[in-house]
Ligand binder design. Structure first.
Ligand code: HEC
Length: 149
């Protein structure tokens, strides 16, 4: 492929990605009743979704329960610090300070972190519920196989 064609191809991909993702944005990145999180969502969608919404550069998608389970266990202050000042994770992936937007205030970055943590918490709660209901289904199946009282 010529450099020109490669470039056009890349541009087409970049143009298509937000359109494709926009369709599912409401489901994947819901509004929460809490005003604090509503404000956080606006900042997050504008500044953080570019990476975190698509797994760009290894950014953890808050809808991936596993990617966030251990991060949710970090003190919130640590997550704020990593978002404000940047952070190199154990896999060598890098969170740039303020997501690369120097114009964001500390308060805005923290709101976006809180929003992302709320989505990640929701994903983890759903994963726990699923694991729970699978365990119950297995228990019922086993009790049917085992006729003893
Ligand atoms: C250029 C891509 C990019 C942008 C934009 C970006 N992030 Fe990240 N972020 C990353 C990557 C990559 C990681 C994973 C770092 C690691 O743990 O290895 C990460 C991790 C994080 C973490 C978890 C840190 C930890 O301790 O595990 C938080 C919190 C975070 N980002 C918040 C934000 C917020 C808030 C914004 C928007 C203001 C944002 N990010 C924008 C790439 C990005």
């Amino acid at each position: 492929m010529s450099a020109g064609a490669a470039r056009r191809c890349l541009l087409a991909l970049l143009a298509a990605a937000p359109a494709a993702a926009a369709a599912g944005t409401e489901d994947r990145y819901p509004e929460f009743a809490d005003e604090h999180l509503t404000a956080g969502r606006v900042i997050w969608v504008e500044n953080c979704m570019t990476c975190h919404g698509y797994g760009i550069a290894g950014a953890p998608d808050p809808n991936k329960a596993k990617a966030w389970a251990y991060r949710l266990e970090k003190p919130r202050e640590t997550l704020y610090d990593h978002a404000l000042n940047g952070f190199f994770g154990p896999d060598g992936t890098m969170m740039p300070a303020r997501g690369g937007n120097e114009d964001l205030s500390d308060a805005e970055v923290k709101l976006a972190v809180d929003y992302m943590a709320a989505v990640a918490q929701r994903a983890n709660d759903l994963a726990d519920e699923q694991a729970q209901s699978e365990a119950e289904t297995d228990a019922v199946a086993e009790s049917r196989l085992d006729p003893r009282p």
